[in-house]
Ligand binder design. Structure first.
Ligand SMILES: [Zn+2]
Length: 176
């Protein structure tokens, strides 16, 4: 992933710190998995799939539900409503939601939707930060170090943190 080099070391440290702070606020130890439902409640977010969304009039969601090529979108900020793609694997759904939560935690501004894809036209810097923070929320740095110290395998770590093996590998790569 290109974002490893696109974000400065300071910025990555800041994002790791934001994730640790969130774990602390929620009373979690860094080695405990953060459930998307817990973070959704903390951020007062309502989570939908296109199938469960009551407001069927929302055009971009209609567009998205016909395609597999999208992850999750914030459709309203106040109150917060996130729609995600339930056709992805559960571990991917978790990272998709963590990514959107990261946009909220980082107070990224809402951006216009691309009318042809139904997806928000985000700034690349915001995207990279959300990918990075999303990963930290799924597998915090110190949680990963704990797992490595326990000699857990990648698939055990993935299971423990409700993450994909790719995410574990990604977190290992960025932490070094
Ligand atoms: Zn994003």
């Amino acid at each position: 992933m290109g974002l490893i080099t696109s974000l400065s070391t300071e910025n990555r440290q800041r994002l790791e710190g934001i994730a640790s702070e969130k774990f602390h606020q929620l009373g979690l130890k860094v080695y405990q998995p953060l459930l998307t439902s817990v973070l959704a409640q903390d951020l007062k977010a309502t989570i939908h799939t296109p199938e469960t969304l009551p407001d069927a009039e929302i055009e971009q969601v209609k567009l998205l539900s016909n395609s597999n090529n999208w992850s999750a979108v914030i459709i309203r900020k106040n109150p917060l409503v996130i729609v995600h793609n339930s056709r992805h694997a559960i571990t991917r759904q978790n990272s998709n939601l963590m990514h959107e939560f990261a946009h909220i935690i980082l107070k990224h501004e809402m951006v216009p939707y691309d009318p042809s894809t139904g997806l928000p036209q985000r700034r690349q810097q915001d995207e990279d930060e959300a990918v990075y923070l999303g990963g930290c929320l799924q597998i915090p740095r110190r949680g990963l170090l704990w797992a490595i110290q326990k000699k857990m395998t990648i698939d055990r770590i993935a299971l423990h943190f409700n993450a994909s093996q790719d995410m574990v590998q990604f977190r290992m790569n960025v932490i070094g």
